[in-house]
Design a protein around this ligand. Structure first.
Ligand code: SF4
Length: 221
């Protein structure tokens, strides 16, 4: 159990970490292109095991051909595959996006649901995808833990967890709720641009003096 003074120190440290990340990534924002919850949902499903850049290349043609969930709901998955082939796992992704849109048409009156429960009931939509859609399309605070968020937050020490579920829980405790969504983008940008999996660029990192991983690796030298 932490003492009052220790708790205060942790809060000061967390604040400094978040401020440092914000300073290093003032442009942090969603990197998937979308103009509606429908487009974000489909783009997020396509982004599994694929870069956002690649998804952004295929979605304009896909959404021109299928502008609404009702259009995709009527499609045969095989028709969708040529549009999304370059995103990988296209066979499964085509089946999932068509069945998600059928669900949206049949159970949600043609509108993407704005609740976690509704989103997670759609084919191909897990907790992470639901969090991305909730926070970026509906403004509901959420922290989607992907590989970057998991690695970076555990390196820094904002989380100390073995899996994404625990990491999400600990980040929700460590970060003020109104900053959950933006902090998720800070951590992703940090993972992509600075704190890479193989070789973190600690010399360029604005929070290196606060980072547990950096402190420990300095100690190893
Ligand atoms: S100091 Fe290094 S390990 Fe820590 S967050 Fe920065 S880049 Fe990552």
């Amino acid at each position: 159990m932490e003492t009052k003074a220790e708790k205060k120190d942790i809060n000061v440290w967390r604040r400094a970490v978040l401020d440092g990340l914000a300073e290093q990534h003032p442009d942090a924002a969603p990197e998937l292109d979308f103009t509606s919850p429908y487009e974000l949902l489909i783009a997020t499903i396509l982004s599994a095991q694929c870069t956002d850049k690649q998804v952004n290349k295929v979605t304009p043609a896909l959404f021109r051909a299928y502008p609404t969930p009702a259009d995709l709901a009527k499609a045969d998955p095989a028709e969708i595959e040529p549009y999304i082939r370059s995103c990988g796992f296209y066979h499964n992704k085509a089946a999932n996006i068509v069945s998600a849109c059928r669900d949206i048409a049949e159970r949600f009156g043609g509108e993407v649901p704005s609740t976690r429960e509704g989103l997670e009931s759609l084919a191909g939509v897990g907790r992470k995808t639901a969090s991305v859609v909730l926070s970026n399309a509906f403004g509901v605070p959420a922290i989607a833990v992907d590989t970057h968020v998991f690695r970076v937050s555990n390196r820094i020490g904002l989380a100390e967890a073995r899996n994404v579920e625990e990491t999400e829980k600990q980040l929700m405790e460590a970060i003020p709720q109104e900053e959950w969504s933006i902090a998720h983008h800070w951590l992703i940008f940090h993972g992509r641009r600075v704190c890479s999996a193989k070789k973190p660029a600690c010399a360029d990192c604005m929070i290196k003096d606060l980072c547990r991983y950096h402190k420990e690796s300095e100690g190893d030298k």
